[in-house]
Design a protein around this ligand. Structure first.
Ligand SMILES: NC(=O)C1=CN([C@@H]2O[C@H](COP(=O)(O)OP(=O)(O)OC[C@H]3O[C@@H](n4cnc5c(N)ncnc54)[C@H](OP(=O)(O)O)[C@@H]3O)[C@@H](O)[C@H]2O)C=CC1
Ligand SMILES: [Cu+2]
Length: 473
């Protein structure tokens, strides 16, 4: 009933009590969701539609629907929730849109679909209006979910500061935090944003898949095919758990080293150059930027390793072997002695693994934005750098001890698994050695001196200074 009354009243008398009126062009998915959210935030909403009289059944209760021209006149701020292909309907409205703020919400289906950004195109169609790009990274779905949804950041850009301020005010009232990204030339970047698929995860994922595949095939040939060819022994069932439980820790350890290697390399580079005011090479930059993802993937593999290890006692193969040994010992009337050294060795390597994994999880948790935001920079770098290298040390020691144990305890254990196992130890050892070098007193002094240089605010020390610095290193 209310909406009928609304529609029969003149526009101005309806929203007297409302703080502000906002117009939305387009009554599609996004237009409707945005309209609903605006109404909930206390705005008066006027939809502009091609068919104002036939589209009202799905529209949020309390909104008004008019033709485009009439709707444009009723508000200063107009959200354009219409696909870019149809923007030409705005050209005849140029007069009504003069001086208005037009918010371009559009996205494209692929990158570089059009020669210019949608927002720039809109501006060229309606030169008299102030175009602001924004809100396009939200989805109709998240808008309907209300302010409890996690995605609360919106990006905007545009030429006019006042226009942007008006849009930011609306964004804040809707419960978003708005980030002004600059002029309209940034629009293209904002339009590409929703098209990106985990951009920072791409390289780490490729590394993880590549390493897993390489080690899987290596171990497949060495452990299973080799045994089959030389001893005609079929142990192919080992693929499922034993092999996976070798691939996971190896990949995890290598990825954790790859996560800490660029930081160490960067430190050496800065020390060598004697300044931090020079750009890193591109490859190092890219590598540094995906450290978090490398670390999280490493954590994932470590987690799988833990699960695979925990299920060992319930495996049929293990149960069968143990029973077989017991039965044969009874038959032969044999007993064995408890070997204290073996017990110590086994427990030590397991314990190192558990401690390493515990710290690993801590690193993972503190990399979550909500947790890291609660930490000071010093706390964050203490955990991620100091405890991170400690994690690497514990996990490397765990792997060393494991290999040593196997080597000592098994007469059938051939020196053929170690190449893979050595490979996974080389990299962490190198990283740890370099890190050790970095925290030795001499290098530490140099770092302190460079830092003091930075703190003095200038890095225009004369070249001689740099030389002596290098000498000291
Ligand atoms: N859906 C989403 O989650 C998101 C969408 N966007 C962007 O928002 C825009 C709209 O998306 P969405 O709501 O999903 O699309 P819909 O197809 O659901 O709605 C588009 C609306 O545009 C209007 N329209 C269609 N053709 C014309 C035309 N020739 N002339 C004038 N108006 C027309 C129609 O409204 P009427 O019939 O009332 O005139 C229609 O309802 C797109 O540019 C999209 O990229 C951005 C972020 C998220
Ligand atoms: Cu392990």
């Amino acid at each position: 009933l209310n909406s009928v009354v609304f529609l029969t009243l003149p526009v101005d008398s309806i929203y007297d009590s409302r703080s502000e009126r906002v117009c939305v062009f387009g009554t599609g998915d996004l237009g409707r969701s945005l309209g609903l959210r605006l109404l909930q935030a206390g705005y008066g909403v006027v939809f502009g539609s091609r068919r104002p009289h036939s589209s009202s059944s799905l529209l949020p209760h309390g909104a008004q629907v008019l033709g485009h021209a009439a709707a444009a006149q009723s508000a200063h701020l107009i959200f354009i929730a219409v696909q870019r292909e149809h923007y030409d309907f705005l050209v005849p409205l140029a007069n009504q849109l003069k001086g208005k703020v037009l918010v371009d919400l559009s996205n494209n289906l692929k990158k570089n679909q059009y020669p210019e950004a949608n927002a720039e195109y809109l501006q060229s169609l309606v030169p008299g209006a102030e175009v602001v790009k924004g809100f396009n990274t939200l989805s109709a779905w998240s808008l309907q979910n209300g302010p409890s949804d996690a995605n609360r950041q919106v990006y905007i850009c545009g030429e006019s500061v006042e226009a942007k301020q008006a849009v930011i005010a609306v964004a804040i009232k809707l419960g978003f935090s708005a980030l002004d990204r600059g002029f309209l030339s940034v629009a293209r970047e904002l339009e590409d944003f929703p098209l990106q698929l985990f951009p920072q995860w791409r390289l780490p994922l490729r590394i993880a898949i590549g390493l897993s595949a390489a080690f899987f095939f290596y171990l497949l040939i060495r452990d299973i095919i080799y045994a089959y060819v030389t001893q005609s022994k079929d142990i192919s069932f080992r693929i499922m758990v034993s092999l996976a439980n070798k691939v996971c820790p190896i990949v995890s350890l290598i990825m954790l080293s790859l996560c800490y290697l660029p930081g160490v390399l960067a430190s050496f580079l800065q020390l060598y150059r004697g300044t931090k005011y020079r750009r890193f090479p591109d490859w190092l930059d890219r590598w540094m930027l995906c450290r978090k993802q490398l670390g999280l993937l490493a954590l994932g593999f470590a987690f799988l390793h833990v699960l695979y290890t925990l299920i060992i006692p319930i495996r049929y193969y293990v149960w069968f072997k143990a029973t077989e040994r017991t039965v044969s010992m009874i038959r032969e009337n044999r007993t064995t002695q408890f070997d204290m050294t073996t017990a110590w060795r086994g427990d030590s390597y397991l314990s190192l693994g558990i401690l390493g994994f515990g710290l690993y999880v801590l690193l993972g948790i503190t990399s979550l934005p909500s947790v890291s935001n609660a930490l000071s920079w010093r706390e964050f770098s203490f955990i991620q750098s100091k405890l991170g290298h400690l994690t690497l040390l514990l996990c490397t020691a765990h792997t060393y001890l494991y290999g040593w144990n196997r080597f000592l305890s098994s007469s059938t254990y051939k020196w053929y698994t170690p190449p893979g196992y050595m490979l996974c130890l080389v990299l962490p050892s190198v990283v740890l050695l370099l890190k050790l070098l970095l925290i030795t007193p001499c290098v530490d002094r140099t770092i302190t001196r460079i830092r003091q240089g930075w703190e003095r605010g200038a890095d225009q020390r004369n070249p001689k200074d740099n030389l002596s610095l290098r000498h000291e290193l």
